[in-house]
Ligand binder design. Structure first.
Ligand code: URA
Length: 222
């Protein structure tokens, strides 16, 4: 019987890695991991978790004061400029985290990165990349449920950096210690938000105990 590792037991309990251990997130994550859960239930839980994660991930979002009128008087009050946020979906499983994030920041823009692994070189090869205009004024939040080896996350963020966004954050549901190490070594300036850090990768590159193939579970393709 295994559990996800407590953060305290990891060498990468470091600034820049935040485990979002809110009881609601952890409860829903437990349900999501169960092998007999249907795709529709898996998708719904993923949306609920990503909505809850969005609260933490957007905590530092800049606000500006605007003048409004309440039924009683005029006042100055803070608002965010959601359009300055771009959610960057790493295809295809990253799309599973998008709807919950957009529920909280509906004005955000969305970019997509498509990568596949060359079976000979094992390197990530880009097949799709589309971002909104004006990236230097935007805060990018990269979405991928599984930080496993970390190779595609590293490649996606390297490519994203070429567009010069104002800031980058990386959000996943589960991280393997190996992937965290690789990612933090390549991009120490990019904070990682995860709901859990699991024990390890298995010989096929899956996170264990994990939840299986996130894309297949979201889309019912297996
Ligand atoms: N990708 C997945 O979908 N699951 C894993 O466990 C690892 C990578």
């Amino acid at each position: 019987m295994s559990t996800a590792l407590p953060l305290e037991s990891l060498a990468h309990n470091a600034p820049g890695i935040q485990v979002l251990n809110h009881p609601l997130i952890q409860h829903k994550l437990t349900l999501l991991r169960e092998k007999d859960r249907s795709s529709s239930s898996f998708r719904r839980l993923l949306q609920e978790i990503s909505l809850l994660m969005a609260y933490e991930v957007t905590r530092e979002m800049p606000t500006q004061m605007v003048e409004i009128e309440t039924p009683l008087e005029r006042m100055r009050s803070p608002v965010i400029d959601g359009k300055k946020t771009v959610f960057v979906v790493i295809m295809r499983a990253g799309a599973g985290l998008l709807d919950g994030m957009l529920d909280v920041v509906p004005g955000a823009r969305v970019g997509h990165v498509g990568l596949y692994r060359n079976p000979e070189t094992l390197q990530a090869v880009e097949y799709y990349f589309k971002m909104p205009a004006g990236m230097p004024e935007r805060d990018a939040i990269v979405l991928d449920p599984m930080l496993a080896t970390g190779h595609s996350a590293v490649a996606a963020v390297t490519r994203l950096k070429a567009t010069n966004p104002r800031s980058i954050r990386f959000v996943c549901l589960l991280a393997a210690p190996e992937g965290l190490r690789t990612f933090r070594a390549a991009h120490p300036d990019v904070p990682v938000y995860t709901a859990a850090i699991d024990r390890q990768l298995n010989e096929h590159g899956y996170i264990v105990p994990g939840l299986g193939d996130a894309g297949d579970r979201i889309y019912g393709t297996k």
